[in-house]
Design a protein around this ligand. Structure first.
Ligand SMILES: [Zn+2]
Length: 301
């Protein structure tokens, strides 16, 4: 699943492409993908202008005017947003089908790919007044589109998401508070979006490695000094990952159709059996919090 850095990369790219565009037409090809009756969706979206593209954790938030409602987009496991303008395709999210070739921008003469849209994984199509289109594709159909009011959005954010790296709320005090009294292992505590929002498997493993903390440790056993080192590690790694446009994994590509570059900087994730870059003992891969977890049992204590 794309994590904070990948979704932020998509957000930044989409913002440049779609803000200011008015929705002329909408096609819902999969009723399951939208959280409302299609007729209500059509009525509320057609004619609206996109005024902002925001993000909270892994959720994309598209503000509509003049209704002041918000379209929420969650890519989940296999969701992908493809923006098509004239003869160019711009892909964001998980690559699939013909886009597997590495997330390049598809050339104008690549008619096979252009004619491929919509394809069998296309769930929703937005057509803007300038004739450009945004396709929501989703192989496994876990992703969703939802329409909410500002008040509902505030409720969702309040109930579902904790403090988020790269915001001013992500202070050492708030971070320590979010983990205080948590009896689960630290890996599960960091993955829980209600504690810390936006982190997923890759960046949790990398942050715990950087902080030399064993992912099996109980969250409430971390000492103040360890919390500080972990907090600094998360901040640094997430910042770096955004700069590198995220990590390419499972064919993830950003919304400019490029692969993320952070995979070059991964030290522990996906390296089970290899030597630890710090102490040269073998990296272990275990299942923890339901997720494949990579760590060094020698230098992560
Ligand atoms: Zn080690």
């Amino acid at each position: 699943m794309p994590e904070l850095p990948e979704v932020e990369t998509i957000r930044r790219d989409l913002e440049v492409k779609i803000v200011g565009h008015r929705i002329k037409d909408l096609k819902i090809l999969s009723v399951k993908t939208v959280a409302l009756a299609p007729a209500v969706f059509y009525k509320n979206l057609i004619g609206q202008r996109i005024s902002k593209v925001l993000r909270r954790a892994k959720l994309l938030i598209i503000r509509l005017e003049p209704s002041n409602k918000y379209l929420l987009v969650h890519l989940k496991m296999t969701g992908q947003l493809i923006y098509k303008v004239k003869n160019k395709l711009i892909v964001g999210g998980h690559s699939s089908g013909n886009y597997r070739s590495g997330g390049r921008n598809v050339d104008a003469d690549d008619s096979k790919n252009l004619n491929d849209l919509p394809n069998k994984h296309t769930r929703v199509i937005f057509t803007f007044t300038n004739s450009s289109q945004l396709f929501f594709n989703d192989l496994r159909k876990f992703g969703y589109l939802k329409l909410v009011t500002e008040l509902e959005l505030e409720g969702i954010v309040r109930n579902s998401y904790g403090i988020e790296p790269l915001t001013k709320e992500f202070s050492l005090i708030n971070f320590s508070q979010a983990l205080k009294g948590k009896k689960t292992n630290i890996k599960a505590a960091l993955l829980n979006q209600k504690n810390i929002a936006g982190l997923g498997n890759i960046y949790v493993d990398e942050s715990l490695f950087a902080a030399r903390i064993n992912p099996k440790r109980r969250a409430d056993s971390l000492k103040p000094g360890e919390l500080k080192v972990l907090w600094l590690a998360i901040t640094k790694i997430i910042k770096r990952a955004v700069e590198y446009r995220g990590t390419t994994f499972n064919n993830y590509v950003d919304s400019a159709g490029r692969q993320g570059n952070f995979f070059k900087l991964l030290k522990i994730y996906g390296r089970g059996g290899e030597k630890c870059p710090r102490c040269h003992n073998p990296i272990k891969k275990i299942k923890l919090a339901g997720r494949g977890t990579h760590y060094c049992p020698v230098c992560q204590l």
